[in-house]
Design a protein around this ligand. Structure first.
Ligand SMILES: Cc1ncc(COP(=O)(O)O)c(C=O)c1O
Length: 378
């Protein structure tokens, strides 16, 4: 089936008891058993839930995986994937990842004996030379918030040589634009909170896998640790993915208009967006994805200028998160990347003047007017 058809149908059958076209919301904690050891395959709702399972099948199809497991948040999905490792093992991480991922790795999982090395990953050969041995390579591409592009196929090879897992956080692009498993990645993670749900009304996460061993381990962890996606959130995300193939082209079109507009503004020092032909990762992005996305970071030169813009926007909502149908604008240094120390942010170039925008599906002219007016006061 085509991608849009899978968005609408994969994992979902009309409800056998009523014919309801929409997968019911199985808001239940348990299932009545016919007799001891005799049941319909459902025992307890942490372990199995039909609404959650429908979403998992849907997301596995969209990412081209064999299976998927959904968790209470993107961070819970990330934690689940790291549970595949054992104390003493080493993880190499692309160096500007979501601040919450950095915080989980450096402040929580490092206490459990995992070792983390954060390396520049947009040059796969350089990473190969510097990385040493590792059990997992964790990347985001485009990176967050500096929009560097990492070569998924080349990094899959770097991981494969070491018998390591390549995990890709595909939250920024969604499977509509980029399918890492087809490029050789082993696991794809999403914060379903973002483009997959798309409507800013649910928090969740998913890990999509290719190997039956990883599937079994993630299913086991889901039940054992219990950070499951709730039935209602699963139902909302299922509704969200139905329109993913309709929303993404609009995000993409508006993203381009906003990026080009920002680049023409005197007060904007630099715009980070891989769709510009002079972006160092532009050609790679053209090869490995079918678009550039609607995540844009731009530099206003300092905290005060960023503050003035963020205080002045009206239609663009000053908010954490991304991938909603509404345009969201944020300040990485104090919001999404506050989990990094000032020194770490300085080393990465996440300066106080950076502003990140997740361009939504409004009329582009209205977004440009809002940004133009706000920039006037900067
Ligand atoms: C790229 C990326 N990955 C993971 C997460 C974490 O997801 P959640 O907020 O659903 O836990 C986020 C959250 O902003 C994100 O931007």
């Amino acid at each position: 089936m085509g991608f849009a058809t899978d968005c609408i149908h994969a994992g979902q059958e009309p409800d056998p008891s009523t014919g309801a076209i929409i997968t019911p919301l199985f808001q239940t904690s348990t299932y009545v058993q016919e007799g001891l050891g005799r049941h319909k395959g459902y025992e307890y709702a942490r372990t199995q839930n039909p609404t959650r399972r429908a979403l998992e099948k849907n997301l596995a199809a969209l990412e081209g995986g064999t299976d998927a497991y959904c968790y209470a948040s993107g961070m819970a999905a990330t934690h689940a994937v790291l549970s595949l490792l054992e104390a003493g093992q080493r993880v190499v991480v692309s160096d500007n990842v979501y601040g919450g991922t950095h915080r989980l790795f450096t402040k929580v999982l490092s206490r459990c004996g995992l070792q983390f090395a954060f390396l520049e990953a947009s040059d796969a050969a350089a990473l190969d030379a510097r990385a040493g041995d590792f059990a997992m390579l964790w990347i985001e591409t485009p990176t967050n918030p500096l929009m560097k592009i990492c070569d998924i196929a080349a990094l899959a090879e770097v991981a494969r040589k070491r018998g390591a897992i390549l995990a890709v956080d595909n939250t920024f692009l969604s499977p509509f634009l980029q399918r890492p498993l087809a490029l050789g990645a082993d696991i794809v993670v999403h914060s379903t909170t973002k483009f997959l749900n798309g409507h800013s009304d649910s928090v969740g996460g998913v890990a999509v896998v290719r190997s039956p061993g990883h599937a079994e381990a993630l299913r086991f962890y889901q039940n054992a640790a219990g950070a499951i996606l709730s039935p209602f959130d699963a139902w909302l995300v299922l509704r969200g993915t139905k329109t993913l193939a309709l929303r993404m082209p609009r995000h993409e079109e508006n993203g381009r208009k906003v990026a080009e507009f920002l680049r023409g503004q005197e007060k904007v020092r630099k715009v980070y967006w891989p769709g510009f032909p002079d972006h160092p990762g532009h050609d790679l992005q053209r090869r490995q994805a079918s678009g550039f996305g609607s995540m844009i970071t731009f530099d206003l030169g300092g905290l005060e200028a960023a503050r003035r813009l963020l205080d002045a926007v009206r239609l663009c909502a000053l908010a954490e998160s991304l991938g909603g149908i509404e345009t969201l604008i944020s300040h990485p240094a104090t919001m999404t990347h506050a989990g990094y120390t000032q020194a770490e942010r300085d080393a990465l170039g996440i300066t106080d003047g950076l502003v990140r925008i997740s361009v939504g599906c409004e009329d582009a002219e209205d977004l440009l007017a809002d940004l133009r007016r706000a920039l006037d006061g900067v």
